[in-house]
Design a protein around this ligand. Structure first.
Ligand code: HEM
Length: 301
């Protein structure tokens, strides 16, 4: 008897970045997408207009690298935002921000190739010989795997392994931060700030569940992340430069010396801390905001 072929599974349509899961236009997703890609578009316009100084490709490479890491950290900030601001809809932004990060990382690599005169041999040699570039390349490859497997189809195909695979994003973000430090030499302010924000995001995940939207605990978290930032920055200067680490640490405690990365991390964290109170005061009584179910892009992480 002829065996009947199983009916082909209809392929699930992948919603456009500005659409929700039902394929409807989402003003929130469209606005966040526009805000996320605007700096990249302006950067390319500046490059084309010759407005990036004496070494335009180098300047553009730096800026695209910073944008890649910022977008990656923004994607990691979605889950905390969802809990702290009690805003389930935020979960719908995570995959999109992760893909924006991948886009900026690829742009960063392309601009670097432009800086090398489009000599792919030179690019490959530099990546093979310089540890911080090898690390950056590994992060691009890792982000590409996560981007490729970010669809609902892949999620269904991989089942529980999908979540384990996508936890690699924390390692990739840490790799991106380390790459930023390694290239920064004696001026590590930008890298230290990104490291501090990354630390806040990781420490938030380490909090017990009941403290994750508890304003006093969040204020404590802000101070802990700031102190860790100061220590990481001082340790970096101690290990990688001849600058006295003790003086860097002292500057971190002294506001009169100007705002250091640790101060910005404390300020950002302290601004976030009262959000649960504000949200409760602001929400009309009895109103429950409906977000997506705990599915793709809405997972706790
Ligand atoms: C093959 C991959 C990569 C290459 C070849 C590369 C190359 C570079 C280079 C050459 C710089 C220093 C620019 C300069 O001052 O001359 C840099 C800086 C940087 N890169 Fe990458 N990178 C790669 C991947 C990544 C990835 C995946 C991320 C983030 C996810 C990233 C984030 C950064 C950041 C944050 C900076 C510092 C920007 C600043 O100082 O403001 N890079 N990268």
């Amino acid at each position: 008897m002829p065996v009947e072929a199983a009916p082909a599974q209809p392929r699930r349509r992948i919603p456009r970045p500005w659409q929700d899961r039902g394929g409807r236009f989402s003003p929130l997703r469209a606005a966040v997408l526009a805000l996320a890609i605007l700096p990249g578009a302006l950067l390319l316009l500046d490059l084309a207009a010759g407005a990036l100084g004496a070494e335009p490709w180098k300047a553009a490479t730096r800026q695209a690298g910073a944008l890649a890491l910022q977008a990656l950290l923004a994607s990691l900030a979605v889950t905390p935002l969802r809990f702290v601001a009690d805003w389930p809809k935020a979960a719908t932004l995570r995959r999109m921000l992760g893909l924006v990060a991948l886009g900026y990382a690829v742009l960063h690599l392309l601009l670097y190739a432009g800086h090398q005169g489009w000599s792919l041999g030179a690019v490959a040699t530099e990546i093979a010989l310089r540890a911080y570039l090898t690390l950056g390349f590994a992060v691009v490859l890792g982000l590409s795997v996560l981007g490729w497997t970010s669809t609902d189809d892949w999620q269904a195909r991989l089942g529980r392994r999908w979540k384990r695979l996508h936890r690699a994003v924390y390692v990739l973000a840490a790799g991106g931060v380390l790459h930023a430090f390694l290239q920064s030499k004696a001026r590590a302010d930008g890298a230290a700030l990104l490291a501090g924000l990354f630390l806040w995001l990781m420490l938030w995940r380490a909090l017990p569940g009941r403290w994750r939207a508890h304003p006093p605990a969040l204020a404590g978290l802000a101070l802990a992340a700031a102190a860790s930032t100061a220590l990481v920055e001082a340790a970096w200067y101690a290990v990688a430069t001849n600058l006295p680490a003790a003086r860097i640490l002292a500057a971190n405690l002294d506001l009169a010396a100007g705002m250091r990365p640790a101060h910005w991390v404390a300020l950002a964290g302290l601004c976030v801390a009262p959000l649960p109170w504000l949200r409760r005061a602001w929400r009309p009584p009895g109103r429950v905001e409906r977000g997506p179910p705990l599915g793709h892009g809405a997972r706790r992480s």
